[in-house]
Unconditional design. Structure first.
Length: 93
């Protein structure tokens, strides 16, 4: 939920599953809704989580594997975020 773009990238690169343009992955609407014939017939603001759940066991399984695949990258991002917070506290004192 916190890093939908990383999840989408993992689905695409690791499992060759492309998330449709009508799925909200955290960007602006102009970036997310592309001129696509499928996007016009689908809901405009479907969450990535709902898209995964709507795909049944196959899509859910791929999403679990994708989440495991990018787990180390997420840990690194979280460490960097924490370090920025610590640096901000250090600068104030």
């Amino acid at each position: 939920r916190r890093y939908p773009r990383i999840m989408c990238h993992s689905l695409l690169t690791d499992f060759d599953i492309e998330v449709p343009a009508h799925v909200n992955t955290g960007g602006s609407l102009e970036e997310e809704i592309k001129e696509d014939s499928n996007a016009k017939s689908m809901p405009e603001n479907l969450s990535l989580e709902q898209w995964i759940l709507d795909g049944g066991v196959g899509r859910l399984s791929s999403a679990i594997l994708a989440a495991q695949s990018c787990h180390e990258d997420i840990i690194e991002l979280q460490k960097n975020e924490r370090q920025k917070l610590l640096d901000a506290y250090s600068e104030r004192d």
